[in-house]
Write a protein that binds this ligand. Structure first.
Ligand SMILES: [Zn+2]
Length: 113
């Protein structure tokens, strides 16, 4: 049900944005979603289609841009993309560090009219 509550939140933001711009319809919504947010694209698109029925965003195209999980190594400070969910530094082989990207869950832009 993760995607359903997320779809609801996106819809509310989209409606507020459309209203503040005096737009009648939301045509498309572009999202940036990090690898760590564990969102299933199909489930999100499907959920959005359901919650948006009868609203200004009914039938809006949901486009999802994925952001990989990247980390800054706590030992040597190099930034790297985490492979297969294992945060192991490719340079010094230390594990863990500060997450740089991968937690994104945001609306990048919307097409409204
Ligand atoms: Zn390192």
């Amino acid at each position: 049900m993760h995607e359903l509550s997320l779809a609801q939140a996106i819809l509310e933001t989209a409606q507020a944005q459309a209203a503040s711009h005096g737009a009648a319809r939301v045509l498309a919504i572009r999202l940036r979603i990090g690898e760590l947010s564990a969102v299933v694209d199909e489930a999100l698109s499907f959920s959005f289609g359901i919650v948006a029925q009868g609203t200004a965003a009914d039938g809006a195209d949901v486009q999802i841009e994925h952001v990989p999980w990247t980390i800054r190594c706590q030992e040597c400070g190099v930034g790297y993309r985490v492979q297969e969910g294992m945060p192991v530094c490719p340079d010094c082989h230390a594990t863990g560090g500060e997450t740089l990207t991968g937690r994104e869950l945001q609306i990048v832009e919307m097409d409204i009219e």
